[in-house]
Structures are given as structure tokens and as C-alpha cells.
Design a protein around this ligand. Structure first.
Ligand code: ADP
Ligand code: ADP
Ligand code: MG
Length: 453
């Protein structure tokens, strides 16, 4: 493999995760850290560490020049962007290419194309894969009124450059359209530097189902099964699982095949995820978007397939062929992940920075915890509040649910407030236990859940 030293251009649990993959491959890792993360687990675990700037992300993890300077200083020959931060910035992939630094992900052009939701929809439209009914770019209120009339309420106004659940607004009737339209453009410009917005039909009774793919950039693409991420708050995932409950063999086969069709069409290289929305009332699915990076919830796929997706990412970038053929990939059992954050669930999920005094994650068969936290860990206000991902596996879904309940009960964190109590309550709800929630379930049940806290 032609990679020998990887710059890990991220922080938190995903930085630790990438360092572990480098170790598994016997290659060196360099942690690119802000000053706030100089003593982080990633900095300690990596073969070396390089400081890329002060704590604010704009001056470190989001500063392409600072990251590249770190790569140069450390002598790395490849860069792993993790998720979030610069992972989906075509500019970083392009700058890496220009410097002969291998970017562990697809090429800049693919990131740009799939990172724009309108372009991605256009790329998929001709492939026979259904795309959520929607509009083209909406330039003014007149366009918005016309598009909404054609699509039919409720509609979602979406930022073409949006991500992380941001830049999505639901409009339930003509009354709310003008206000939502005015806000959406301004917010998109502020958040993403691009005010392009468009409209989609809002699928009311929906499940989020996504398919993990791996491609070698030479036409070989495999799908590594699907995940269900329907438990969401503010369009952001809270609990994810694999395989997707009650998808059915027929739709499952179709949705996995659709993901492969899309990835093949764009000659996809590296790991990616094709997201779909399943309309439960109509019994059909639609393409939603593609994420051109490793995803937060990748461990559930690893638990049921035995594959190491981050190792695969590095191998592909290093010019190796895919280590698996489609016929080698099988899933076994059921895995569920929940995201544990330093937030006050009872107080609108406000971030709660502070110092962790005791960090006692659960251990045991079928339990995996991906985290960067330790006793004494300082949770700063600068970054995302994700502390850990708890992933469990069982032979069946119900066994996995039981294991998740036990593992959450045993998870002890003191010193900072976390979402563990909220998650304990959540995973005991009958609708979750039965695997029957839709994407609106959590928001609709939030007040009732909070009463139990
Ligand atoms: P996943 O499907 O992997 O959970 P998310 O959409 O939740 O992906 O995003 C992963 C991380 O990246 C989150 O921390 C999210 O806030 C961040 N993120 C994703 N897209 C963007 C974006 N366009 N701008 C800023 N942050 C983003
Ligand atoms: P992001 O880039 O922020 O992840 P997505 O397009 O993936 O944006 O949408 C995030 C979530 O918003 C989805 O998982 C789903 O729950 C909801 N969503 C998006 N589009 C639709 C739609 N057309 N109908 C219903 N829900 C949607
Ligand atoms: Mg998405």
C-alpha cells in the first residue's frame, strides 16, 4: 500500500477511530490537534501530534491552510478528514491532490457534485432511481408559491448546500410559505455561504434508510447493507441500527441495488453512504442525498458485517483493490448505536461543557464504545458535544435492544450532564422496542419523554 503516514484531520471519537485503523494496518498516524486538544486521547494514541491552531474551529479544524501546514510539518503522505469539519469540502480534497497528499475519500469533483443536493438529485434522476418529488432552485417567492402548489403541502424548504440536519424548514400550508422562504435563504447564506434553496415534498410517515457503499474508483462497487436512522431530533440522528427493521426483502433488495447504481454511475471511490427516505404509507422509497465520507453511525454496519470500514477507506486510498467482493458480504445479527452527548435533554438539549470526573463505560460481550473520553476529560464549549457512541450487537433485534438497555443502565459518567438518562428512557419505549418509529416519532414524543426524566 502506498500510504505510510496518515494525518488525522479531526478530533474526538472519530480521530481515535482513525488512529486505531492506522494501527491495524501497521501505518503511522499523526493527530492534527487544536491547542484545546493537545492532551487529547487522539494526541496520546497517535504516533505523533501536530498543533494546527487555537481552539476555535475556524482557526484550526476548519482552516484548510492550517491543516495542510500540519500535514507538511509532519511528513504525512495521506490525510483522513473524519466526518464534519472539512470532510465534505472539495477545496481540501483539491488542495491535497495539488500537494501530492492522498485524500482519504473521493475526488474533489465527486464531493462537490454530491455535496450539492440539487446537483445530486440531477445526477440520480436519469438512473431509474426515484428521487423525492421536488423543485429546482427557487429564486423568489413567486417560484416558491408555484413549486409548493405543484408539489403539495406539507413541503420542506432545503438548502442545496445543507448538511448535518441544518437548512431544512417544514412548511405545512400557504400561510407559512413567505416567512419560511425569507428565512431559509438568509440562513443558508449564513450557515453554508450559499443561499441556493429548493423544495421537496415532505414525506410525513417516513423512515430514514441509508446504504453503505465502497467503491474503488475503477468501477467496482459493493454495498455493505443498510442502516435505519429514523430516530431523529431536528433532522439529526440520535439512534441508528443495522439491518433496517421491517424493510422487507423486496424493498431492501431494491434500495441496496439503487445505492450501487448511483455509486457506479459516478465511479465512486472510497466509502460513501446513499441516503433514502421510505414513504411507509405509499410503500415506496426515494433518493435523499449522498454523503461522501465515513458516517457517524458506521459502527453498526461493522458490527453486523465484521468489516472494518475505516481500514477499507485507507486501503482504497492507498491503491489497494477492495478487500471484499459482493458475494463475501453477509450480515449477521442486529446492531444498534446511540449517540451520547454532553447535553441537558430536559433543557432543550443545551450543550453542557465541564470536566468529567468519572468515565465508566459499560463492557462485555456485544458491547462497543467509541469514545475519546477519560477520567478528568475536559469537555470544552468549542466543539460538537458528542462524548461517545454506544454500540451493541445481539443475535436478534430484541436481544440487541435488551443489551442496549443494560449497557445504558451500566454507563456511569459523573461531572458533566449527559444524555444517558434520556436515552435510558427512550430505549424502553414500546414503539422503539417494536422497531416501529418513524422520523417524526421522537419530536412528537419529546415532551412526554421529558416528563419521565
Ligand atoms: P451522519 O449521517 O454521519 O450522522 P451528520 O449529517 O449527522 O452525518 O453529520 C456528521 C457530522 O458532521 C455532525 O457532527 C454534523 O454536525 C456535521 N456536519 C455534517 N454536514 C455538515 C455541514 N454541511 N456543515 C457543518 N457540519 C456538518
Ligand atoms: P442533511 O444533509 O442535513 O443530512 P437530508 O436531506 O439527509 O439532510 O435530511 C435529513 C433528514 O431530514 C432526513 O433523515 C429526514 O428525516 C428528513 N428529511 C429530509 N428530506 C425529507 C423529505 N423530503 N421528507 C421527509 N423528511 C425528510
Ligand atoms: Mg442526510
Amino acid at each position: 500500500m502506498n500510504i505510510s503516514r496518515v494525518l488525522v484531520a479531526n478530533r474526538g471519537e472519530i480521530a481515535v477511530r482513525v488512529i486505531k485503523a492506522c494501527r491495524a494496518l501497521g501505518i503511522e498516524s499523526v493527530a492534527a490537534c487544536s491547542e484545546a486538544d493537545a492532551d487529547s486521547m487522539a494526541a496520546q494514541m497517535a504516533d505523533s501530534a501536530v498543533t494546527i491552531g487555537p481552539p476555535p474551529p475556524a482557526e484550526s479544524y476548519l482552516d484548510i491552510d492550517a491543516v495542510l501546514a500540519g500535514a507538511e510539518k509532519s511528513g504525512a503522505d495521506a490525510l483522513h478528514p473524519g466526518y464534519g469539519f472539512l470532510a465534505e469540502r472539495p477545496g481540501l480534497a483539491r488542495a491535497c491532490e495539488a500537494r501530492g497528499l492522498k485524500f482519504i475519500g473521493p475526488d474533489a469533483q465527486t464531493i462537490a457534485r454530491m455535496g450539492n443536493k440539487l446537483e445530486a438529485r440531477a445526477a440520480v434522476a436519469g438512473l431509474g432511481v426515484p428521487v423525492v418529488p421536488g423543485s429546482n432552485r427557487i429564486a423568489n417567492l413567486g417560484d416558491a408559491v408555484q413549486a409548493a402548489a405543484e408539489i403539495g403541502y406539507p413541503v420542506l424548504i432545503k438548502a442545496a448546500a445543507g448538511g448535518g440536519g441544518r437548512g431544512i424548514k417544514i412548511v405545512t400550508g400557504a400561510d407559512g410559505l413567505a416567512d419560511a422562504f425569507a428565512m431559509a435563504g438568509a440562513e443558508a447564506r449564513g450557515a453554508f455561504g450559499d443561499d441556493t434553496i429548493y423544495m421537496e415534498r415532505a414525506i410525513v410517515n417516513a423512515r430514514h434508510v441509508e446504504v453503505q457503499v465502497l467503491g474503488d474508483g475503477a468501477g467496482n462497487v459493493v454495498q455493505v447493507g443498510e442502516r435505519d436512522c429514523s430516530l431523529q431530533r431536528r433532522y439529526q440522528k440520535v439512534v441508528e441500527e443495522a439491518p433496517a427493521p421491517s424493510l422487507g426483502d423486496e424493498m431492501g433488495d431494491e434500495i441496496r441495488a439503487a445505492a450501487v447504481t448511483i455509486a457506479r454511475h459516478i465511479d465512486y471511490e472510497n466509502a460513501g453512504t446513499v441516503e433514502f427516505i421510505v414513504d411507509r404509507d405509499a410503500g415506496r422509497f426515494y433518493f435523499l442525498e449522498m454523503n461522501t465520507r465515513i458516517q457517524v453511525e458506521h459502527p453498526v454496519t461493522e458490527m453486523v458485517t465484521g468489516l472494518d470500514l475505516v481500514v477499507e477507506q485507507i486501503r482504497i486510498a492507498g491503491g489497494e483493490p477492495l478487500s471484499v467482493a459482493q458475494s463475501d458480504i453477509a450480515t449477521d445479527g442486529h446492531a444498534i448505536e446511540c449517540r451520547i452527548t454532553a447535553e441537558a435533554a430536559a433543557d432543550g438539549f443545551q450543550p453542557r461543557p465541564g470536566r468529567i470526573t468519572h468515565w465508566r463505560p459499560p463492557q462485555g460481550e456485544g458491547i462497543r464504545v467509541d469514545s475519546h473520553c477519560r477520567d478528568g476529560e475536559l469537555v470544552t464549549p468549542y466543539y460538537d458535544s458528542l462524548l461517545a457512541k454506544l454500540i451493541v450487537k445481539g443475535r436478534t433485534r430484541i436481544e440487541a435492544v435488551a443489551r442496549l438497555q443494560e449497557a445504558l443502565a451500566a454507563f456511569v459518567v459523573t461531572g458533566v450532564e449527559t444524555t444517558i438518562p434520556f436515552l435510558r428512557l427512550l430505549v424502553c419505549q414500546l414503539d422503539f422496542v417494536k422497531g416501529s418509529v418513524n422520523t417524526r416519532w421522537l419530536e412528537s414524543n419529546l415532551d412526554a419523554l421529558k416528563e419521565g426524566l
